[in-house]
Design a protein around this ligand. Structure first.
Ligand SMILES: C[S@@+](CC[C@H](N)C(=O)[O-])C[C@H]1O[C@@H](n2cnc3c(N)ncnc32)[C@H](O)[C@@H]1O
Length: 293
């Protein structure tokens, strides 16, 4: 078993002019003098006001806390396991002096923590830098508590604050993927892993909260995205059993279903103490190979 050599990410870029950010004591600075403080919790906010569409973008503190309770209870551990296996298998195909792995839309950091914990199964010694970003500040504040070995960033997937061609692998779990944003930072030959709900994901919950439940539609846009080729697709299905009203409400609160559910559906959830659910997950692996334009 290998002990992973985790290194700091040295490829952060200024969100204003894209110049390299250099770490100095408790801040990052670019050659033009733009300066970004490293917060007490260890993260850096690289989301300038001009990139924000609202005052507090992304998931709220309450959503973040619901997700932490749900994920830390282990319900989605099989997803983290399969994701880790795919990540390390893909990294082993990328030859480089070091690897940079970026969790885009990391939420409160559960999946990246699990991926790092699974590193013992790797069979190569290439040092790895881990970076993770979310547009939600409350999410990143909580994520920072999960590991000091990760570069935690507040920022947006549409403009990831990394130097061009500096990231080997991006993964995005139930998140806001941006094929266009990711292109700006992936190395040629780099990998993008999307984890998305399949058509049967949480169908029992959807049957309760919607008058007419529609199937989950994976938000894949890759067909329209030249420069990416789909190189692998894996699926995963398993059952979960929720045994308290809090667990059911937490699951609802951490998904976009919270905003779309009918009031009748929400009232029904209030009276439930147990619920068995099917999960249906799709893992899509893309390789980025820019075509000359
Ligand atoms: C459904 S959550 C998934 C979080 C995490 N990947 C997980 O599965 O636990 C979607 C996340 O995307 C974040 N988000 C929304 N828009 C974003 C953007 N433009 N850039 C980065 N993150 C974004 C939200 O704040 C939220 O944490």
């Amino acid at each position: 078993m290998h002990v992973m050599n985790i290194i700091a990410a040295h490829n952060l870029a200024c969100p204003i002019d894209n110049l390299e950010l250099v770490k100095q004591e408790n801040h990052f600075r670019c050659a033009n003098g733009h300066c970004f403080d490293i917060a007490r919790q260890g993260y850096v906010n690289l989301l300038p006001v001009q990139h924000k569409k609202s005052k507090n973008p992304g998931d709220s503190k309450a959503m973040v806390q619901a997700r932490t309770r749900f994920l830390d209870a282990g319900f989605y551990q099989p997803i983290a396991q399969q994701l880790s296996d795919i990540i390390y298998q893909q990294l082993s195909c990328i030859s480089a002096q070091s690897h940079c792995v970026f969790d885009a839309g990391c939420g409160e950091g559960y999946y990246l923590q699990q991926v790092i914990a699974a590193a013992g199964k790797r069979d190569d010694d290439t040092p790895v830098a881990f970076a993770a970003m979310d547009i939600s500040k409350p999410a990143i504040i909580d994520a920072s508590k999960r590991s000091r070995q990760v570069s935690w960033i507040v920022g947006t997937n549409s403009q990831p604050p990394f130097l061009p061609q500096s990231v080997d692998l991006i993964f995005c779990v139930f998140g806001f993927q941006s094929f266009t944003g990711f292109k700006k930072v992936l190395k040629p030959g780099g990998k993008l892993i999307l984890v998305e709900p399949g058509s049967k994901h949480l169908q029992e919950l959807r049957a309760i909260i919607y008058a007419e439940p529609s199937a989950e539609k994976p938000m894949q846009q890759a067909d329209s995205e030249k420069d990416y080729s789909l190189i692998d697709t894996q699926t995963q299905q398993f059952e979960i059993h929720l045994n308290s009203n809090e667990q059911i409400r937490d699951l609802l609160s951490m998904t976009p279903h919270l905003f779309r559910a009918s009031s009748k559906g929400k009232a029904c959830i209030e009276n439930m103490d147990s619920l068995s659910l099917s999960t249906d997950i799709i893992f899509s692996v893309f390789e980025y190979n820019p075509t000359a334009s």
